[in-house]
Structures are given as structure tokens and as C-alpha cells.
Write a protein of this length. Structure first.
Length: 208
């Protein structure tokens, strides 16, 4: 058991195997069918997994790393910038990408992608769930854009990731770090109504 828990790949593999076992039981024992509902479930599951990775790291940055950095002695800060932050940013940005892609696929599988992207306009705003989900999706896409086209490029400069900006000035580093922080904080603000809209579409309005 120790060999599993001390190795992340092994631990994740066991988690995936247990989920696979539940999937097999769902089909062979509990009567789940390999139809469109099955694939809707699969992509909803992937969407939730990716979203947990993305929003979890977003909140880690904003609730833990950013507020804690001023308290860390200057001689210890390079370890965060050179090792922890780049690794976290990798999973952060690809978690964002996976969340958006699986969300769009899920909406397409549910046959309401046009309705939600138009905030319910195509059906005369008659389905509140489409409006709510559309608001959540648009907030999510704005957040995704911020991650890939604002936060990540500015963090590359601020942290000189992969030595891409070896000659950047201290002032430019500071400006990039501030820009990344402000847009990360913007995403934190948007994450709260985004999650509310997503959950309300399934909870308050119960769209399939």
C-alpha cells in the first residue's frame, strides 16, 4: 500500500481502476446501457474531473500562494517560482482546456449547445435552464481565455519559465506578475457565479 500512496502515478492509477470497476458494475450489474445517456455521463464525469483540477488550482493560487508569497523570505521565493508555480501552471492551463472542451462536447451530446451559447435566445428565452447554463458556459469561456491568453503569457514573463525571457527587466517582470494576479483574481470572482449557474441549471431547473 505504501508503494501505491508514495507514487502519484500509482495512486491515480488505482483511483482510475476503482472508477473503472464501478463502470463495469454499472453496466453488468446495475443495468446501465451503452447509449447516448452513457456518453453524456462519461463526458459529464470528465468535465467534472477537469473542472476540479482547474478551479482547485485557481483557488490554490488565490487563497494560498498569492497571499502567502509576501510572508516568504526572499531567499526562499525562487523555489516557488522555479519549481512549484510552473508545475501548477501546467495542470492549471490544461485543466482549463479540458474543462471547456468536455463541456462543449457535453452540451452537444445533450442537443442544447446552440440554446445555451445563445443564452436561450433561440427558443425565446423559454427554458431557464438553458439561460443559466449559458451564463455559466460564457463565464467559463471568459475564464479559459484569461488563463491561456493573459495569465499564462504573463506568468511566463514574470517567472521566466523555461528561460524564455532571460533578459526581461525587473520592472517588466513586476508588471507581468501584477497583470497575471489581477486576471487570476478576476477568474476567482467569476468562478463563484459560474459554478452557481452550472449547478442551478441541473438543480433548480433540472435540464438533462
Amino acid at each position: 500500500m505504501t508503494a501505491i500512496l508514495t507514487n502519484l502515478r500509482n495512486a491515480v492509477g488505482v483511483g482510475a481502476a476503482l472508477a473503472g470497476l464501478l463502470l463495469i458494475l454499472s453496466i453488468t450489474v446495475w443495468g446501465a446501457r451503452l447509449d447516448i445517456v452513457f456518453w453524456q455521463f462519461v463526458f459529464r464525469w470528465f468535465h467534472v474531473l477537469a473542472g476540479v483540477m482547474w478551479i482547485g488550482l485557481l483557488w490554490y493560487f488565490n487563497f494560498v500562494q498569492i497571499p502567502t508569497m509576501p510572508k516568504i523570505p526572499d531567499d526562499q521565493k525562487p523555489a516557488i517560482g522555479k519549481h512549484i508555480a510552473p508545475e501548477a501552471l501546467f495542470w492549471f492551463r490544461w485543466g482549463a482546456m479540458a474543462t471547456i472542451v468536455t463541456g462543449l462536447i457535453l452540451a452537444a451530446l445533450n442537443n442544447y449547445i446552440v440554446e445555451v451559447l445563445t443564452l436561450g435566445a433561440t427558443n425565446g428565452f423559454a427554458v431557464p435552464g438553458h439561460i443559466a447554463l449559458g451564463i455559466g458556459m460564457w463565464f467559463g469561456m471568459i475564464m479559459w481565455f484569461n488563463v491561456w491568453f493573459v495569465i499564462w503569457p504573463n506568468q511566463q514573463k514574470a517567472l521566466n519559465i523555461d528561460n524564455k525571457y532571460p533578459d526581461i527587466s525587473a520592472d517588466d517582470k513586476a508588471k507581468s506578475a501584477r497583470t497575471a494576479m489581477l486576471f487570476s483574481r478576476t477568474n476567482t470572482v467569476l468562478s463563484v457565479p459560474m459554478l452557481f449557474a452550472m449547478v442551478s441549471a441541473q438543480g433548480l431547473f433540472r435540464i438533462s
